[in-house]
Design a protein around this ligand. Structure first.
Ligand code: NAP
Ligand code: GLV
Length: 311
């Protein structure tokens, strides 16, 4: 990393203003050159991406690594990229505490019926419902990684019975951990289901009628992962039957949701526009710049996608 032979770092982030991100990285790596695509045709050492395009990568023959400005790698993995090119995700970077707050909000709003009281008082009613307490709502977290494990710990600390499901077995204090083919047993033990899985060939459509029917009756669904985890018609069916009482969804198969999407007007569904955990510039750039330094020294870094497992 000398000024005689500066590192060239590019930004392929067509849906956001990349300039502040480039400025922040330049501050951390003052001898590196920053290039924003489109507009630059430099051959780059490293790329930082958000909603990246194939066109950008097709013109980059000598990348040493690609960093996503997020935790989910599904949009990068859809592209044709050399098998040996390391793809690196943000590890927490301030997202876990946002996810904890989001899930806490959705959960407490449902359990203590704040949603119903808000609706009732607006429509002229003044009535109290029977007591509803955390112990009546066992919560299950699909995915116990950087974000899911932190969500599970926060929900446990609020007094809810908590369990989780992951690919490999885990041990987390006060949390019943299931893995692999124990999915049906895990689902049967939950009344609230929180999805914090990466989107992969194995997890796509996992929130389907068969799986959601295994939840305890009057279940509640919170999806903070990806829209393609949920089979949307199946949720509508289970809401109509009453097996599912409601859902709080941060992600949809099509974003932004079309104005006539049935979820927008459904009384038991709350939507937010993919904001459960936003990428924070300072911690993310600190993480990426440190990883670039390590790679330049020939050191191994964490957060590299394992292509064979899809995350
Ligand atoms: P992560 O650290 O990679 O954790 C993923 C977890 O899912 C791990 O526990 C993993 O099991 C488990 N898993 C993966 N495939 C599985 C399978 N087939 N069966 C069972 N468990 C499986 O990911 P993260 O950082 O927590 O992020 C999770 C996802 O959240 C991201 O991929 C992204 O899509 C989404 N996200 C959404 C927002 C938002 O604003 N809505 C923001 C950030 C992230 P192992 O522990 O055994 O590997
Ligand atoms: C956001 O959805 C992310 O994957 O970071």
């Amino acid at each position: 990393m000398t000024t005689a032979n500066p590192l060239k770092i590019g930004f392929c982030c067509p849906t956001i203003d990349a300039q502040p991100w480039a400025d922040a990285l330049a501050h951390k790596l003052p001898s590196a050159q920053m290039h924003i695509w489109p507009g630059s045709t430099e051959s780059l050492d490293y790329a930082l991406t958000w909603s990246p395009t194939q066109e950008f990568f097709d013109a980059q023959p000598r990348l040493k690594a690609v960093f996503a400005l997020g935790a989910g790698m599904d949009s990068l993995l859809k592209l044709r990229l050399p098998e040996s090119l390391p793809l690196v995700r943000i590890e927490d970077g301030g997202m876990a505490s946002q996810m904890q707050d989001y899930v806490t909000h959705a959960l407490l709003r449902h359990v203590y019926r704040f949603d119903r009281y808000e609706q009732d008082t607006r429509t002229g009613l003044w009535q109290q419902y029977a007591e509803s307490l955390p112990e009546h709502y066992p919560v299950g977290i699909l995915g116990l990684g950087e974000l899911g494990s932190k969500i599970a710990e926060r929900v446990r600390d609020l007094g809810f019975p908590v369990c989780g499901w992951s690919r490999s077995p885990k041990v987390l204090q006060g949390i019943r951990c299931y893995s692999g083919d124990e999915l049906p047993k895990f689902l049967a033990s939950c009344r609230v289901l929180v999805c914090a899985l990466p989107l992969t060939a194995q997890t796509q459509n996992i929130l389907n009628e068969k799986n959601l029917s295994l939840l305890q009756s009057s279940a509640y669904l919170i999806n903070v992962a990806r829209g393609a985890h949920l089979v949307e018609e199946d949720l509508l069916k289970l809401l109509a039957s009453g097996h599912i009482a409601g859902a709080y969804l941060d992600v949809l198969r099509t974003e932004p949701a079309p104005v006539d999407h049935p979820f927008r007007s459904h009384p038991s569904i709350t939507l937010t526009p993919h904001i459960a955990a936003q990428t924070l510039m300072q911690p993310s750039i600190a993480q990426i710049s440190e990883k670039i330094r390590m790679l330049e020294k020939g050191q191994a870094i964490s957060g590299v996608v394992q292509r064979e497992r899809g995350y």
